[in-house]
Design a protein around this ligand. Structure first.
Ligand code: DAH
Length: 340
């Protein structure tokens, strides 16, 4: 019997426990009522008094050994996760946190600002809730002029004098009122129109207005500035085309087209097979508008332009649906440059 005890003692010591399952197997084999240690105690009852004294002590020590090991490993196993510590490789690089992305409209806005700042333009800001005078009247929109209706205005609280600006041209008027020429400024911002939302139209979008007023500013300056912008924005090969147009606040007025980036002038569905896509409205500031801004049209002339940031972004990244910009779909947004 002494030999059996020795063997079991060895077994207890050698038993490897690294999981809850191992622990349970250990308990069943050595500690439970049906375990081997209990059965040794049963056998002891049949032994002689002498043997009982000798083996009783040894058996008790075995019992304590098994229970001690069980307790110790129970704590270890329960406190650790299933991954043993030697399985964790501390030298692996950490997984970087996602920092988010710049919105594509912001990427375009920053690029537009960068291009014009290098030409000496500064950046100005104006209110989105505007009065009729700054949004329409000062810009030479006659009171019943159909151009007002073209703009599908949102009015604030049924007051026909207060509205959500329909374009960034309102900031032109505020600049001229507050500053003496030379004025060389771009004005990015959000604008609103009462339009049904579709892939090509939205009730809010973004524009950048430009204004340059000084002595001897001519149409050639307008053309050269926008040609430079088009090449910087869309690539050196880009061509521009000016089409006669009408805006109440410019005379003469022109729409600016760029050669289609997709087909390079051959014709595709982006340019509707014309080879050209429109990017901006522009013109020489109307003398009435200069006067409304407190500037003498006999002394100063100027050019102005306005372009849609969404449109430029769509051309830049080949995006075909305006709604993507305001839906906050992360699968779309994550495709653009990360914040540094
Ligand atoms: N305000 C015009 C629009 O929203 C764009 C525009 C055209 C702005 C010609 C200008 C300009 O400054 O000269 O459609």
């Amino acid at each position: 019997m002494e030999e059996r005890v020795k063997k079991i003692e060895e077994e207890v010591k050698a038993f490897l426990i690294s999981s809850k399952e191992d622990l349970e197997n250990f308990r069943l084999r050595f500690i439970s009522k049906k375990g081997v240690v209990t059965s040794l105690f049963d056998d002891l009852k049949l032994a002689s008094v002498d043997e009982k004294r000798k083996l009783g002590k040894v058996l008790n020590e075995l019992k304590q050994l098994a229970e001690g090991k069980f307790k110790l490993l129970q704590e270890t196993v329960e406190n650790s996760n299933s991954i043993a510590s030697d399985q964790i490789d501390l030298s692996l690089p950490v997984v970087a946190n996602k920092t988010g992305n710049l919105h594509p409209l912001n990427l375009t806005r920053y690029r537009i600002i960068e291009i014009f700042e290098r030409l000496g333009f500064n950046v100005s800001d104006g209110p989105e809730v505007e009065d009729d005078w700054h949004n329409f009247t000062a810009l030479n929109f006659a009171e019943n002029h159909p151009a007002r209706e073209m703009q599908d205005t949102f009015f604030v609280e049924k007051n026909p004098d207060i509205l959500l600006r329909t374009h960034t041209s309102n900031v032109q008027v505020r600049l001229m009122k507050n500053q003496k020429p030379p004025i060389r400024s771009i004005m990015p911002g959000r604008v609103y129109r009462n339009e049904a939302i579709s892939a090509r139209a939205h009730c809010f979008f973004h524009q950048v207005e430009g204004l340059y007023v000084d002595k001897n500013v001519g149409f050639s300056d307008l053309k050269q500035t926008l040609y430079h912008f088009a090449k910087e924005m869309f690539g050196k090969e880009t061509k521009i085309r000016l089409r006669p147009s009408f805006f109440p606040f410019t005379e003469p007025s022109a729409e600016i087209d760029i050669s289609c980036l997709i087909c390079h002038g051959k014709g595709c569905n982006v340019c509707k097979y014309s080879g050209w896509v429109e990017i901006a409205g522009s013109g020489m500031v109307h003398p009435e508008v200069l006067k409304n801004g407190g500037i003498d049209p006999e002394e100063f002339t100027g050019f102005a332009f306005g372009m849609g940031i969404e449109r430029i972004t769509m051309l830049r990244y080949s995006i075909n649906d305006l709604r993507l910009f305001s839906e906050n779909d992360l699968r779309f947004l994550r495709q653009f440059k990360s914040v540094q």
